[in-house]
Design a protein around this ligand. Sequence first.
Ligand SMILES: [Ca+2]
Ligand SMILES: [Ca+2]
Length: 207
Amino acid sequence: MKTLGTLLFALSFALFLPSCGPSECTPENCANGCCTAQAECIRYPSDTACGPGGGSACEVCADGNVCHLGKTVCIPGVMRTRVQPLEASVVSFQPPDDEEWDSDGSPPDVVVEMRCPSAPELSRTPESTSFNPIWSTGGCEVITSNLLKNPLEIAVIDVDPFTLDDTIGTINYQVTPEDLNLGGVELTIPETVISLYIDLSHTYSEM
Ligand SMILES: [Ca+2]
Ligand SMILES: [Ca+2]
């Protein structure tokens, strides 16, 4: 009965382990966040754990309420986030053969296409002809809670008028409460996109 012996040994060992209750969450060890009922320190508030820094109790926002990230309190209404690519940095040559993006050696004509969670249409920025393209339009605006449920599907493209566009890179990215609180996120697509900064700006409206 070797198996049973092993089991009993493991069981007795488990019984003598120190109990793993929640550790404490206090104003001292959670100065930058709020404390959940499970004694977890939440640094970046969201609808399910909303509260200011200082180790106070996090609030779960009631139905029809959202966590106002600036005020760090639950307010009645709807929160929307505008997702806008602002700037990127693209490598000078196309891997794997280090070809130029365009045959005349000019910089790529970069657009960012995004499929945003629950948005009805693909969003698309204007062209920015540069290795460091910038944009200020062509993003999407969605209900913020949807952004936390499904990833952004992002494609960075070099538009070519007479041939098929070159796909510079694609990435699916799941937005986090941290990104929402910081107001943006910087992404990297291996090999081709050194950085892509996406701005996340929020608006709140009464139901
Ligand atoms: Ca091209
Ligand atoms: Ca081009």
